[in-house]
Design a protein around this ligand. Structure first.
Ligand code: DAH
Length: 331
């Protein structure tokens, strides 16, 4: 039996020392020293051995067990050291390689343009106001001098929400909301989404406007021109010039369309229409309860998309709404 143990021990020792991986060693350990392993099987024969022989054989078996266990630990340590060595060799970190920048979010060009306009006008003392996007037909039209049979209503391709409620077609109703809620003097801006049933490369069914309203004791066209030429210089550069052309909007009298000309802005004769404006129509003051003999004011409405398209030379309005990061990351 001792011979049997010795030859099993020698053979197992060789196997252990030539094992190529920690997994392989573990398999050998189980197959030799495990409960059902070969060493345990040999020791099961111990019952048939005489009482004097038994301790001898037992001690040989224990010696083998200890030797094999030590060999297993040694070989494991060697293999693990080798693995570590290999990893250190293979896994190189190049500390001189350029780092990866975290993705940085930025403002949407419409948000940035809105803020630019609002910031510039806030310096002149304008407050900001908000109005609902689902607006009453009265405030969107009637209260600001666009009566039910007024042809201007057709220009506005309105979305109706309920009878009497529309998606506001412009920010102008906020003029009336403001005047109804506070006495003059008033200097207020309203930036927000507006809706019209219209869709092509330069029209979107939802777009953005900024409305301005200034009411005080003596407010004239020249004040309007001063404010707008300041604003357009802030937007398009100090050499920007403005020009006013007579036009018609029901809520102002006189009404003007304002053109701007600046270096590099536009080809042709250089003038490009940028916004509508005028002196507040007395009908609006009457509706709001302001004294039409004392209050004077001007109002203007500017399209945010139009300004952003001019500033960044964007040719299709639909780019603003497609959330394409290739487009948005340029700003
Ligand atoms: N509400 C007009 C529009 O949507 C723009 C506008 C024109 C606003 C003249 C004004 C204004 O306040 O005075 O087309």
């Amino acid at each position: 039996m001792i011979d049997q143990l010795d030859s099993l021990g020698e053979a197992s020792l060789k196997q252990i020392q030539s094992a190529g991986s920690v997994d392989a060693i573990e398999q050998i350990r189980v197959s030799v020293l495990g409960k059902k392993g070969s060493l345990s099987q040999v020791l099961r024969g111990l019952a048939q051995v005489s009482a004097e022989e038994r301790p001898k054989i037992g001690s040989v078996a224990n010696q083998w067990k200890a030797r094999l266990e030590t060999a297993i630990e040694e070989q494991k340590a060697t293999l693990e050291a080798g693995q570590l060595e290999a990893r250190i060799k293979n896994e190189k970190i190049d500390v001189t390689a350029p780092g990866l920048l975290p993705h940085q979010g930025r403002l949407h060009p419409l948000t940035a343009t809105t803020r630019k306009i609002v910031k510039a006008l806030e310096r002149l003392g304008f407050d900001t106001a908000l109005g609902p996007e689902a607006e009453t037909e009265i405030l969107n039209f009637d209260a600001i001098n666009i009566s039910a049979d007024h042809p201007a209503r057709d220009m506005h391709d309105t979305f109706f929400v309920n009878p009497g409620v529309v998606l506001r077609t412009h920010t102008s109703p906020v003029q009336m909301r403001t005047m109804q809620s506070q006495p003059w003097p008033v200097r207020v801006l309203c930036a927000g989404a507006v809706y019209r049933c219209d869709h092509d490369a330069t029209h979107s069914p939802m777009f953005h406007q900024i409305e301005g309203l200034w009411v005080d004791q003596k407010v004239s066209m020249s004040d309007l021109k001063g404010v707008l030429s300041y604003l357009l210089k802030e937007l398009f550069g100090p050499d920007a010039e403005i020009r006013m052309r007579p036009s018609y909007f029901p809520f102002v009298e006189p009404g003007v369309e304002v053109d701007v000309r600046a270096k590099g802005l536009f080809k042709g004769d250089g003038w490009i229409e940028i916004l509508g404006a005028g002196l507040v129509h007395p009908e609006l003051f009457k509706f709001a309860g302001y004294d039409i003999k004392k209050a004077q004011g001007f109002a203007f409405g500017i399209g945010v998309e139009r300004v952003a398209m001019l500033l960044h030379k964007i040719s299709d309005i639909r780019h603003f709404y497609q959330s394409d990061s290739r487009f948005l990351s340029q700003f």
